[in-house]
Design a protein around this ligand. Structure first.
Ligand SMILES: *Cc1c(COP(=O)(O)O)cnc(C)c1O
Length: 366
């Protein structure tokens, strides 16, 4: 049996460090907004190469609070990928801003800068690129467009912690980066967690107010805030895991390389191809095939986990039926939704297991 993501081995490997983190927080008697969060924020900002990091409740709220901190709302347009997890869209619509979905490039899962350029109007205020599957979006092109039109850029880094574009980390490439520490992400907590990284001191300051009931001084509320705080326990776990993030991403790279080798030349099977300038971190290894149902069934029969990221694009979800974007509106995203399949991937997968998966894929499709 090969599980899709081996969470248990991650705990086994880090057990002494995680157990020590747990004990440290329990013995401190302090659980929300304290020393662990402060230390993690400093360490994670240093890791990403930004001046600031603000720990938040989860990735969705990291995206949403950023837009709120920039005062975006009704009448403002935010450009988002048509091909993404629904959280990206939910963050925008939560603020009452208008969603402007843009299709991916034909070869990559990520938003196409040329199509972004075509979608910019006088109401556009921000671009929200997603580094899907751990592969950075074309941030050089996106930042050039943003500079030209005076737009804010917030990266959705939920799937790409540690990835780089020309040596610079995701989360430090836009005006802000929103991170999720959901347990299955490349750096995952043991519960929910999120953060924003930025060089913008004003933004960081506003986020600290927004996350804590609109308050800087206890019981003095300068605006209508939220409750969205990374807690001490999760911060302590994340500090332990951050020390291993680069090494664990390196292991994902080795697995991706092995998949590339062992899956090469299978007719009708599209393999992920990151651009030259990108250093992906392989949150997922996503292949494309029009024979997906058959392949999933064969993998399942062999005891191999596989998942679809994602089976229904946001515009076709019932949640967004009100936007009036029927099937056919975003053909590239729709085509991907029908063909993508994520194979097992994670820092605790063994290369021999990759070979086993590849054998089943080849036997099914060739
Ligand atoms: C996981 C994820 C999010 C949301 O993160 P949560 O912490 O679960 O709220 C946002 N965007 C993308 C692309 C994600 O994969």
């Amino acid at each position: 049996m090969i599980v899709f993501l081996d969470m248990k081995s991650a705990y086994t490997e880090l057990k002494p460090e995680l157990d020590a983190a747990y004990a440290r927080v329990m013995e401190s008697g302090w659980f929300v907004l304290g020393k662990e969060v402060e230390a993690f924020e400093a360490e994670y900002a240093a890791f990403c190469g930004t001046k600031h990091c603000v720990g938040l409740g989860n990735g969705l709220e990291a995206l949403e609070l950023c837009l709120r901190a920039w005062n975006l709302g009704s009448g403002d347009e935010v450009i988002v990928p048509s091909n993404t997890y629904i959280a990206t869209w939910l963050a925008v619509t939560a603020t009452d801003a208008t969603i402007v979905p843009v299709e991916p490039t034909p070869a990559e899962p990520n938003i196409d800068p040329d199509r972004i350029a075509a979608a910019i109007t006088s109401r556009t205020r921000a671009i929200m690129p997603v580094h899907l599957y751990g592969e950075p979006a074309d941030m050089d092109a996106i930042m050039a467009l943003a500079a030209k039109h005076g737009l804010k850029v917030i990266e959705d880094v939920a799937q790409a912690q540690g990835s780089k574009v020309r040596g610079r980390r995701a989360g430090a490439l836009g005006h802000a980066g929103a991170h999720s520490f959901f347990p299955t992400k490349n750096i995952g907590a043991y519960g929910d967690g999120g953060a924003v990284t930025t060089d913008d001191a004003k933004l960081a300051d506003r986020l600290r107010v927004l996350r804590n009931y609109g308050s800087k001084v206890k019981y003095v509320n300068i605006e209508r805030g939220f409750n969205s705080r990374l807690d001490e326990m999760q911060a302590a776990f994340l500090r332990a895991k951050l020390k291993h993030l680069d090494a664990w991403n390196e292991r994902r790279r080795a697995i991706a390389a092995r998949y590339d080798d062992t899956l090469a030349g299978i007719p009708g099977l599209g393999l992920p191809r990151a651009p030259q300038w990108a250093e992906p971190v392989w949150h997922l290894y996503v292949v494309r095939t029009s024979r997906r149902a058959e392949l999933m069934k064969a993998l399942d029969k062999a005891g191999i986990g596989s998942l679809i990221h994602y089976p229904i694009p946001p515009h076709l979800q019932q949640a967004y039926a009100g936007l009036g974007l029927p099937k056919g509106t975003f053909p590239l995203a729709e085509d991907l939704a029908e063909k993508v399949l994520s194979l097992p991937m994670g820092p605790h997968m063994k290369l021999e297991q990759v070979d086993e998966v590849a054998k089943v894929v080849r036997a099914t499709l060739v």
